[in-house]
Ligand binder design. Structure first.
Ligand code: FMN
Length: 357
């Protein structure tokens, strides 16, 4: 979009966070950013996605610009990460554009207005929306709980996930549990640890099923797990390292699919000078695409029948959306590519996928 190419040099005069705020402000203007919504319906277990492209978690953490996102012409959005209580996130420096690499580095650490505020905004959007855009709630335990650790903290993390599930159920089409963010010390340890499925994911999925029954939902609310692009050491997944992570979820039908991938700690360490050893943050954008693609190829064979696969990471051109789709993603999400490509970028990706169908 030519006008965005003209505006972007101005945007890049601003540091990344104020530029993000400006982007949100722009999205409030009543403009159909992506032209008419690309029609490429994808139906999965009764959920109808208007097309196969969504906005990844982290762009609208507090459900502030859902109407603007709907005007971008996407099929769905992952809101969040949402945590129970308001939280300011990590101290600065915590976000930077790496323009030469078409990448973004961040270690925001879940700044959030808290679940009550977000749930109210989701419900208000739902009441008025005519776009058909689906809403996914991306949830995680509170950083305060994870950082404190100690005896009983896993039980507390579980109770928080249950509170998030209860509060957000009515306004969410699906849920994503996110323990793959590298920006809260100890969070990924929960993901890689042995109790992840039984102590955190299964109880949340059971609760969602109960709520579905109580509220007479015509279909089950799905729960997906968001995965990192790498193992605990920051090394990209191989079949040997990813299979033990994924297989337990097939055995007990413990989740309904996967979102792959979150930002990369390994790439941040290698490519971001001064990122810091303790909390190096995560890299997203173009350099992440090969990792996302290979994780998806592995997941496409490791997932069990019927599980949904959402591909995210490094979609920088519409052809990249096709690449992730070919690697096995049923749906794809964008974030960094939209920062560099503008608010018309997601719809361009959706058109590319629709054309390939
Ligand atoms: C500034 C920023 C904040 C993010 N915040 C979250 C978050 O809160 N929760 C989450 O699951 N992923 C978060 N992500 C990760 C994205 O959802 C996505 O997985 C990642 O950026 C890779 O996609 P991309 O290369 O298209 O940006 C964030 C990414 C960025 C750049």
């Amino acid at each position: 979009m030519d006008w965005y190419r003209r505006v972007f040099p101005l945007v890049r005069c601003l540091p990344a966070e104020p530029a993000h705020t400006l982007g949100h402000w722009m999205l409030r203007a009543p403009v159909a950013w992506g032209g008419s919504r690309p029609r490429d319906p994808f139906v999965w277990r009764g959920l109808e996605f208007p097309n196969r492209v969504g906005i990844a978690a982290g762009f609208d953490k507090n459900a502030q610009v859902l109407a603007g996102i709907a005007r971008m012409g996407v099929g769905f959005v992952e809101v969040g990460t949402i945590v129970t209580e308001p939280w300011s996130g990590n101290p600065a420096p915590r976000m930077r554009r790496l323009e030469g690499q078409r990448a973004i580095w961040n270690r925001l650490g879940f700044p959030s207005e808290g679940v009550e505020t977000v749930a109210a905004r989701l419900a208000a959007f739902r009441r008025d929306d005519r776009s058909g855009m689906l809403l996914a709630s991306n949830v995680a335990p509170h950083p305060r709980t994870v950082k404190a650790g100690g005896p009983g903290f896993v039980a507390q993390a579980r109770d928080e996930l249950l509170r998030l599930g209860r509060t957000l159920h009515a306004a969410s089409d699906l849920f994503v549990v996110n323990l793959s963010s590298p920006n809260t010390q100890g969070l990924r340890d929960l993901l890689y640890g042995p109790g992840f499925r039984d102590e955190l994911v299964l109880p949340l999925r059971k609760l969602l099923r109960e709520l579905d029954r109580e509220t007479g939902h015509s279909r089950a609310t799905p729960l997906l797990v968001k995965l990192p692009p790498e193992d605990a050491s920051g090394t990209p997944w191989t079949e040997e390292t990813l299979a033990p992570q994924v297989e337990p979820f097939c055995q007990a039908e413990a989740c309904d699919g996967f979102v792959a991938v979150n930002t990369s700690i390994g790439l941040a360490r290698a490519q971001v000078p001064g990122a810091g050893a303790d909390l190096p943050g995560g890299l997203s954008g173009a350099p992440l695409r090969p990792l996302a693609e290979s994780a998806l190829r592995l997941l496409a064979t490791l997932r069990c029948e019927g599980q949904l696969l959402i591909g995210v990471g490094g979609i920088d051109q519409p052809e990249d959306a096709l690449r992730l789709h070919e690697a096995g993603a049923d749906l794809v999400e964008v974030y960094s590519g939209m920062i560099y490509g503008g608010p018309g970028f997601p719809a361009r990706c959706a058109r590319a996928l629709a054309g390939a169908a």
